[in-house]
Design a binder for this molecule. Structure first.
Ligand SMILES: Cc1ncc(COP(=O)(O)O)c(C=O)c1O
Length: 339
């Protein structure tokens, strides 16, 4: 018998993943728009404890979380101000504005945070979801962990690209809580500070970070992969070619790391997160001439990551480090990385 579920809204439909098998031991947890999970949860919690009584929200965002907040805020008639650092995709800014958010583009993430603090010191009723430091971000993924358990039973490895760390650490924590002996594999962008490299321009949408979020729990992570922009783009095209799935670059990067992991561990089962589709990336993903002009085109992907033994070890291609559930401090670069 076929069971058909009718969701009450597109938001509700996005709160739980659809599972798609990519290989015998690799399953993708795909989402319509994953950031709707923390956006909905954080606003609902704030409604419950009356921090949203005035109906005014402010947040800094470089894309997906702000867009998700704008969708939920529009449905619930909240006033939303989004402060974006320079460089956010203009199409996303337009979408946010179309949803009724007041969008302001500032210099960088630090200026956005300074502005939020200044405005909140004048208006204490402004609610700041603060996805990078709000434990409710990770907490919102309990339902995803439950869905994984229900769909798959035992899982040996969870792999995902990391921005705030909320999805990977939140889901991983719940899976470990119920006794799963889980390996957690984080996928980061080359120019990101998250796992101890220094911040340089050119991060990928949704993954990597220029500032250190407290929602990322380094001690949960067993293994880190860094992927370049051109490798992530090439992997996203490979995902399209071999599975007909048109996903974004962070899914591409996660696909690269997870396919490798699954092939090296044929007796283990892995789940990989694909947080959203790539409709806004169609041109940039497939347009060879544009990508070649930007030095972002790759014909072939390396078959193996370069093994490195320290986060600061030089590498300009897909690399892998056995993180071994260490703290960032233990690599003796924390002060430098978080400045
Ligand atoms: C579009 C998108 N949404 C969400 C995420 C996951 O982000 P977080 O680590 O903040 O949960 C990613 C990470 O790759 C992403 O690309």
């Amino acid at each position: 018998m076929v069971t058909r579920v009718v969701h009450n809204s597109p938001i509700e439909a996005s709160l739980l993943p659809t599972f798609i098998r990519l290989a015998k031991n690799l399953v993708a947890a795909t989402f319509g728009f994953m950031k709707l999970i923390p956006a909905t949860f954080i606003l609902e919690q704030a409604e419950k404890d009356e921090r949203l009584k005035a109906g005014k929200i402010i947040e800094t965002t470089s894309g997906p979380f702000g867009l998700a907040l704008a969708i939920v805020a529009a449905q619930r008639n909240y006033s939303l101000t989004l402060l974006c650092p320079k460089g956010v995709d203009p199409a996303i800014l337009e979408q946010m504005a179309n949803l009724g958010a007041k969008v302001e583009v500032l210099l960088d993430q630090q200026e956005c945070i300074d502005q939020i603090q200044a405005r909140r010191s004048k208006d204490r009723e402004l609610f700041w979801p603060s996805q990078y430091h709000n434990p409710q971000n990770s907490g919102s993924y309990a339902g995803v962990a439950e869905a994984i358990l229900e769909a798959m039973g035992n899982v040996d490895c969870l792999i995902g690209a990391v921005g705030s760390g909320g999805s990977l650490c939140g889901t991983g924590k719940y899976l470990r809580l119920v006794g799963q002996d889980l390996r957690v594999v984080a996928v980061d962008a080359m120019g990101s500070v998250l796992f101890g490299k220094s911040s340089v321009p050119g991060r990928l949408p949704g993954m990597g970070n220029g500032v250190m979020p407290t929602t990322l729990e380094h001690r949960m992570v067993d293994e880190v992969h860094w992927v370049t922009s051109s490798e992530a783009l090439c992997a996203a095209r490979r995902l399209h070619k071999f599975h007909g799935m048109c996903m974004g670059t962070s899914s591409g990067a996660a696909f690269l790391a997870s396919s490798w992991w699954a092939s090296k561990n044929p007796d283990k089962t892995a789940v990989v997160f694909f947080p959203d589709h790539s409709s806004r990336l169609f041109t940039s993903l497939f347009c060879k001439e544009t990508l070649q002009a930007a030095d972002l085109w790759l014909d072939e992907l390396p078959s193996e990551p370069k093994e490195i033994s320290h986060p600061r070890e030089e590498s300009n291609r897909w690399s892998r480090l056995e993180w071994a559930r260490r703290s960032l401090n233990s690599w003796e670069l924390a002060r430098e990385a978080s400045e």
